[in-house]
Design a protein around this ligand. Sequence first.
Ligand SMILES: C[S@@+](CC[C@H](N)C(=O)[O-])C[C@H]1O[C@@H](n2cnc3c(N)ncnc32)[C@H](O)[C@@H]1O
Length: 206
Amino acid sequence: MQQHWDQFHAATPADRTGFWEPTPETSLRVVEHAGLAADDLILDAGGGASTFVDSLLERGHTNLAVADISAVALERARERLGERAALVRWLTADLSDASALPEVRDVALWHDRAVLHFLTAAEDREAYSAIVDRVVRPGGYAALAAFSLTGAEACCDLPVRNYDASMLGEVLGPAFELVEAFDHLYINPAGDPRPYVYTLFRRVSA
Ligand SMILES: C[S@@+](CC[C@H](N)C(=O)[O-])C[C@H]1O[C@@H](n2cnc3c(N)ncnc32)[C@H](O)[C@@H]1O
């Protein structure tokens, strides 16, 4: 799978991908609702070459990590950020491997836009859930955005699993409680509508 994503990112300029956002306004709104301190750790899971981390730096966040299966995608983001890249931890990691991110702990907000929905095998989602469970601190948040039940059934030449808020909650398990959920119609660079569901969960038990 790493090879698939490295090839995808190498072949596709970030702003031509079907998920590009010049500024990820919807994710940023969700982050604001979590009310974090500037030095709380935010981890962009499967962040790839997203501008989410750029926007968080501009808003004064100082404790940021981006994890992705594709080193090529992370390099794209680093190049774009230039000197500011040194302010971020870059982690090449497969989030369908429960042992991933051994160096990470005390995450205040785990952000995933359009990553979990590629984990179509139940065991991969269980591994993802185990990572979230291990790294998100008590009282921390998981902000998950995925193709909704009315959304696309494939992306980047891969099948996806479509979600509503309760299905996302099932992946996270009972330690997480839903804070908010809403539908968002994203229009991709080709002009195609891509319905998403956005959620924010809070960790209510250890
Ligand atoms: C559709 S893109 C979304 C990127 C970014 N979150 C955004 O919103 O622009 C999916 C990203 O997930 C990464 N990815 C796919 N499977 C992954 C896995 N098992 N572990 C970590 N990252 C993965 C891909 O390399 C890609 O960067």
